[in-house]
Design a protein around this ligand. Sequence first.
Ligand SMILES: Nc1ncnc2c1ncn2[C@@H]1O[C@H](COP(=O)(O)OP(=O)(O)O)[C@@H](O)[C@H]1O
Ligand SMILES: [Mg+2]
Length: 247
Amino acid sequence: MKSDKPLLEIIGVDKHFGSQHVLKNCTLSVAQGETVVLIGPSGSGKSTLLRCVNLLESIEGGSIFFRQGEITKPGVEPHRLRQDIGMVFQNYELFSHLTAAENIMLAPMTVLGVSRAQAEAQALELLGKVRIPDKADSFPDELSGGQQQRVAIARALAMKPKLMLFDEPTSALDPEMIREVIDVMADLSAEGMTSIVVTHEMGFARRAANHIVFMENGEIIENAPSDKFFGGEVSQRAQRFLDQILH
Ligand SMILES: Nc1ncnc2c1ncn2[C@@H]1O[C@H](COP(=O)(O)OP(=O)(O)O)[C@@H](O)[C@H]1O
Ligand SMILES: [Mg+2]
């Protein structure tokens, strides 16, 4: 059933770490099928905001709605929610004693009760999708960083998430591997996967983002449609940040 309501609504979220106000009245909506690129200086709260969406952090004020249900009210089970929200971090923590395929098969089998044969068929399909169809039997230490990160993406996709959160997925990679991970993420966006991507790869943002969100000091300073943002309609603060990362 198609709905006009956003898939994700973050409304007035506040959070402190000790005396530090790390999220200040943050409001952000993400529609079904949209890709939002989240940028901002180190320490501005980007990771914390993503972690709140996944209930890896609690919030002190405001609310978050996902698929129209409030996930920040008491009684929501984080592990249930995380079945629908895939997260990929900078450091792809694959299980080193499992092959690429086994890493991808694990959660569907243990959490969803999918049969081994079915999980394996899906893993092979996903390895094709992330463009490493011949790496099913490789162990993580036999894969490049870019290949490991793509296994991590396939592992998240195996749970058939409704939303993907990427937190600087390419920042630990050598430059020549960034592109292959970016290409996979851009494919996902083109297929309509709803995503929030923390990245400073502005090439990806140009290709795939519907909205660019700029955070600074725990505040969402700017939330601009991609064409406006890249058309030069950018606040001075966002422009200063862009100048720093692009030069
Ligand atoms: N678990 C934590 N305990 C205390 N402070 C934290 C914790 N996680 C993050 N912070 C602080 O919160 C602020 C925002 O961090 P973070 O969300 O990681 O920023 P970003 O991802 O934009 O670099 C930073 O000042 C960081 O030091
Ligand atoms: Mg971060």
